[in-house]
Design a binder for this molecule. Structure first.
Ligand code: ME8
Length: 511
């Protein structure tokens, strides 16, 4: 039986259309999901929309619609975008589903049964944009003298009756969790942030609201809805059958990875494990917080007029190119700044001129001059075995090890070095010249190159699935030999080339 692997993205607020940050996170998760599938894991990949809370309720009111209608419309845009971006999720989750309400209430009751909930009055600061409570000491002064959250969003003074969760009880267990599992929250920056926050002392957390009703009802207290983060985090459990489907839960919980952005680490690495400990449930195995994308160095915002529609970018440059660029250009975990020039530059230098050109030169030559068939003839020369060893080490060891650590850019850098080595080999061996002088050697050189291209294609397939699929078709690689297990097929010594066509055309910058 394949080893299960459960991975999630954050669920996105459908209070507007998806932006490039949403696309970035979901593409990275999709690459991880495809990579783990290709490694033979039984993957469950969940993404979706986070539909409750004051932010949604206020946005709907501003637009003169209902939160449900807003959620239905915007959630559809997220789903459409993920289809365009080739996101291979197994479950698109919506928190407004009935089963999710029941699951959130079950989790609530488990925390209550553990003596962790009590009714009191909340008086303090709240940011609707972040859907977060803040202490006075965390606030910063805005330009107009207003107080702002540490994320720079407006805060409002809130007073209402509220249920509280005894978060203060979990300070020591949480610190022990971080201490005993140094890689539980990554990268280091996020881990440090969380440890500092918990060491600073934990106050009990307000976990219900009474001033609006768009949310999950608190069991036994119908005038309260749950604080949106309580039900939002529960999506990770509902999606694998909590509380009814014990088999699915047993298979996929605890999750292997929650992939999130750096702004929501506190919710995932402090509140979430505390809720789970309270409810007696196992904790997710790892949390990774990626950085933020900046448009030419600036945060995208409607007022600056620089909001990018990811579907338009995919349309302009190609889905595979966009996916490759986002993972190759930025060190995952760090912030990154992008521009159309950077996408075109990266795509042309690496995908079109290096890898695409290598594949197209070799495959079209074989199609035209060798009746579409090459095979190793005679012994391999040292140059052949050296190249095969390098490509195998890259595709079979270096890139997978980097992807396992979510170091996508490092994995792709290694892959690019292997592509360069193949291009240098083509120049040195000059197979075109061997056609007249030594056809047997020409066959061996071309078959060696085909095997290298095959392996490079298997390795890049999670990132550029469409182009990889076309290349494997052109190389006549059987459908069941396109995963990491087939990388080391020692017996691939002959290739049949079927209608190769360029998979990475050169891009032009739009005028
Ligand atoms: O936070 N660059 O939803 P969300 C990179 N519903 N990532 C970005 C980004 C940017 N410019 N802007 C946002 C929420 N993100 C909650 C999550 S999970 C139980 C609930 C990331 O729509 C952000 O960090 O505001 C988050 O991981 C995801 O997009 C959804 O953000």
């Amino acid at each position: 039986m394949a080893d299960p692997y459960y991975l999630t993205t954050a669920i996105h607020y459908p209070n507007g259309r998806p932006h490039l940050g949403h696309a970035y996170e979901t593409i990275a998760a999709d690459v991880m999901a495809r990579f783990q599938r290709a490694r033979g894991r039984d993957v469950r990949f969940q993404t979706g929309t986070d539909e409750h809370g004051l932010k949604m309720a206020q946005k709907a009111r501003d637009l003169g619609t209902t939160p449900r209608a807003l959620a239905d419309e915007m959630s559809g845009h997220f789903r459409d975008l993920f289809d365009i971006l080739d996101i291979s999720y197994d479950r698109f989750f919506r928190t407004s589903e009935d089963a999710h309400h029941r699951a959130s209430q079950t989790l609530w009751q488990a925390m209550e049964a553990n003596g962790d909930l009590y009714l009191d009055r909340y008086e303090g600061w709240y940011s609707v944009r972040d859907e977060a409570y803040y202490d006075e000491g965390e606030l910063i002064d805005g330009e107009g003298g207003d107080k702002l959250s540490p994320q720079g969003t407006p805060v409002e003074w809130t007073v209402e009756e509220s249920w509280f969760f005894r978060l203060s009880r979990y300070q020591e267990p949480l610190l022990a969790l971080y201490r005993d599992n140094p890689n539980w929250v990554r990268p280091e920056r996020s881990r440090n942030e969380v440890v500092r926050f918990v060491e600073g002392g934990l106050k009990d957390l307000s976990i219900s609201r009474t001033s609006f009703d768009w949310g999950v009802k608190v069991p036994g207290a119908d005038d309260h809805v749950m604080y949106v983060w309580v039900d939002a985090l529960t999506n990770y459990l509902t999606g694998v059958g909590y509380p009814d489907d014990a088999d699915l839960m047993a298979k996929f919980w605890p999750a292997d990875l929650h992939l999130i952005g750096k702004d929501i680490v506190r919710f995932h690495a402090v509140y979430w494990p505390a809720f789970l400990m309270s409810a007696g449930l196992p904790l997710p195995k790892a949390i990774f917080a990626h950085g933020f994308l900046l448009n030419r160095g600036q945060k995208e915002s409607k007022s600056l007029g620089n909001v990018t529609d990811p579907a338009a970018l995919a349309d302009q440059f190609g889905v595979d190119v966009l996916r490759y660029f986002l993972l190759r250009e930025f060190s995952f975990g760090q912030d990154g700044t992008w521009s159309p020039e950077a996408i075109v530059g990266r795509a042309n230098a690496e995908l079109a001129n290096s890898f695409g050109n290598l594949a197209q030169r070799v495959l079209s030559f074989i199609a035209k001059n060798c009746d579409g068939r090459v095979e190793v003839q005679g012994d391999l020369a040292d140059a052949d075995t050296a190249l095969l060893a390098k490509v195998r080490a890259t595709c079979g060891t270096e890139l997978p090890a980097a992807f396992e650590r979510l170091a996508f850019a490092a994995g792709l850098e290694a892959w690019m070095q292997a592509v360069f080595a193949c291009n240098a080999y083509v120049d040195e061996q000059a197979p075109w010249a061997l056609r007249k002088t030594d056809p047997a050697r020409m066959h061996t050189v071309l078959a060696t190159l085909c095997d290298c291209i095959r392996q490079l294609t298997v390795a890049i397939a999670p990132v550029t699935p469409t182009a990889a699929g076309k290349l494997m078709d052109a190389l006549s690689v059987p459908a069941d030999s396109r995963d990491y297990n087939s990388l080391s097929h020692e017996d691939v010594t002959a290739f049949i080339i079927d209608k190769p066509s360029p998979v990475f055309p050169r891009l032009e910058l739009p005028a």
